[in-house]
Design a protein around this ligand. Sequence first.
Ligand code: PLP
Length: 402
Amino acid sequence: MEFRQSSKLTGVCYEIRGPVIEQANALEAAGHSILRLNIGNPAPFGFAAPDAVLAGLVARLPEAHGYTDARGILSARHALATYYSERGYIDVDEQAIYLGNGVSELAGMAIQALVDTGDEVLIPSPDYPLWTAVTRFAGGTPVHYLCDESAEWQPDLADLEAKITDRTKAIVVINPNNPTGAVYSPEILQGIAELARRHSLMVFSDEIYDRIVYDGATHHHFGALAPDVLCLTFGGLSKSHRIAGFRAGWLVVSGPRRAARNYLEGLTMLAGMRLCPNALAQHVIEAALTDHTLDELIRPGGRLEAQRTTAWQTLNELPGVSCVKPKGGLYAFPRIDPAVHPIRDDEKFVLDLLLREKIHIVQGTGFNWPRPDHVRIVTLPEAGDLEVAIRRIGRFLDSYQQ
Ligand code: PLP
């Protein structure tokens, strides 16, 4: 007798928590120390949660015992409506906001509510693979549009347009981008908005890294830039407030909400089916939105920006490795030149690296990148540790054969 997974899971992949992590856990259980450069989880790298958030949590504890409104507590949704209105969103009120157990839960709900079997969703390549996974799980077809490494990983609008069909329902935008670190220009975002208008598409804008930008770059919210396009903006506290484990996320609906009434009824029903998101995490949102401790971490020479710079410089010093400078987010996505280091199977490469060097990174194909010539490295460790780790990866590459 065998108990088998459902056919709905066929083709659904999520390599960030994939098989290599099992091996890393087994090595750790056997007493090895593993450098986890595989997941954007700030807490283990000495990024403490802001005091204001922790104080908010304690103060609200007595109020957070019961289920809440399915969409989330009103005070947090109100604070978010104010926050996004101040950032140029038009006509955003509490009704336009859904709280969730991280962006992860809301992305699944938003796609499930939209996609019928065979419907297509345009998703960047490389992507944060959650979007591809939830689209497949919903019975949809992820169609990947290219981001152009030679243009600082900005989306290739011609490729995006060429991939629109009469089954296309939505465009996913990840800005700042995971894994590339690109921060999209207003021109590119306007170009995407124009395609959405012309083809009546919805936009899912994953902006969880909106406050983590470097070199004085400006992040532009899609929903503020294109107020006439139906847009779901996703955000949360996992990264900017270093509380990934709390599971505090939200989505904001902007644009022609009346035209989306039926869709939003479906989304509200899905929100109700999970009863409510974690109440404690909802209660810290209000305090978190006015917290400015992140400014210190991302200012020029601040910890996050300095680590990003070290990672980027060190990667570019390795023979056969090149890396576009990340302008935001917590990752670098270097290219490993196949002419110098031929790698046929990049999952095997990251597994071999883990076994030999006890460093865990993620293969580029895990981000729906079509060739085995990239890897993603988290830039959360202290600069000195990152430099040592990247040099060890370089030495490993020099002697690596597949
Ligand atoms: N979106 C992107 C682009 C991410 O990188 C991540 C986490 O790494 C998520 C969403 C999920 O975030 P959350 O912790 O809010 O579920």
